[in-house]
Design a protein around this ligand. Sequence first.
Ligand SMILES: [Fe+2]
Length: 525
Amino acid sequence: MGFPRTRGRRYGIDRREFVRYVAAVSAIPFLPIRVMGQVIDRPAFAADPFALGVASGDPEPESVVLWTRLAPHPLEPGGGMPPQPVRVAWEVADDESFSTVVRRGEAIAVPQLGHSVHVEVDGLRPQRRYFFRFQAGGATSVVGRTRTAPARDALPDALRFAFTSCQHYEVGYFNGYPHMQREDLDLVVHLGDYIYEYAGSDKRPRKHLGNEIESLDDYRLRYAQYRLDDDLRETHRIFPWLVTWDDHEFDNNYAGLVSEEDGVSPEKFLARRMNAYQAYYEFMPLRRRSFPQGPHMTLYRTCHFGRLAGFSMLDTRQYRTDQPNGDHQKPLSGKVFDPRATMLGDRQERWLMGELLRSDAIWNVLAQQVMVAPLNRGTPAEARYSMDQWPGYDVSRKRLLRFLHERRVPNPVVLTGDIHLNWVNDLQLDFEDPQSPLVGTELVGTSMNNGGNGGNVIEEYERAARQNAFVKWYNSNRGYVSCEVTPRAWTSFFRTTPFVDRRGAPVETKATFVIERGIAGAKRA
Ligand SMILES: [Fe+2]
């Protein structure tokens, strides 16, 4: 979600343009994986090369991704690094003082990937805390802390994780993160809008460097600026993250090959998408399975937390068809019912359904971006729905809900970001039928900070909360959601921070909702 912009006709893709598009894509080089040039073994750095910190992510029972990126001057082009590959050592220990090192190795940070380092450490033990660090030249990074997932067949007593989305540097500070850091979490889940692509603007609490980002260096600089935020960087240092993106990691409200702006050719759009996706990969603790291939990047994947919970991390941007009826708020009509319209794309949808059929998890989590519940934001007489969200893709939405119902997927919980508000929704098979069975629960996380301080009364949403029977709760504060998941119940604590325009906000638990195993729908605790 972002600032609405005027848009007329979309850039339709006819056959001739499609041929041009295919030619353009094949001309876009795929990233080089080979190390080319002389590797620098003992680089001398003018400043701390680990200024961007360390991170970890995508935990598995015996493995986790360790991340860093060498950049002594992160806000300069090239990060202040020489244009050569650099040798980086890493080690993993049981203890913070590294007296018991359990794994160590070397990686090569290559300039083609902005000297980022993604180490997939294996041979670890399940559900254990580990400490890790990197060395390059004479410099040593801060010590990171991470945690492996439980064994695949284990049933842990509890999983604790937090989820958030939508962090806009210019709007202010990421005041939820210091409070998240004090929680005992196994995971942090980010649902997208990790950055915003817009140009720097004056008279705001902070300012983006540069113009609207388009080139690879633009995107890299933007991520570096965000990651230099102490609260964000520290939260990466101490928890493993599971990330997925929304639109602003690339461009507001994009859909597949279609820009929200008129007259942007598919070739130009894809060249920019390649830059955006590469920078995202470079900065996130992702596995090689997510390595970008030109303008394509497979981000959808599963993370199992033993038999307790399975996270299907979804990508609702890259493969979707264009928003119907010109996007924005519209009645459910016309192209909304296009049977060829898709939110996930055929391949991701088949993958998701296969994963859910195979799943032995008690809780089946769909971590994704846009709201599934069909929220009427108009009035009963003049209904309006967001064409960017699942209701705009009626056939896709119904197919997913019917699948969850008919195949009896255990305890589906949908996690949603995007709209900078909290919503707790019952997911009904057919929302037009009051007797329709509930098939799952949707927890919508508010933004970390986008939208400003929040907490104000928004009449449109007050009305929406009243007139949509599936809405259990709505809130306009900023913050994050902390979840405690056990074999018997899923408890969600909606943490909010009263302001974001300056640092140091306290935290409040605005509401607590419980989903009991076997009973769809959340109840206020
Ligand atoms: Fe957003």
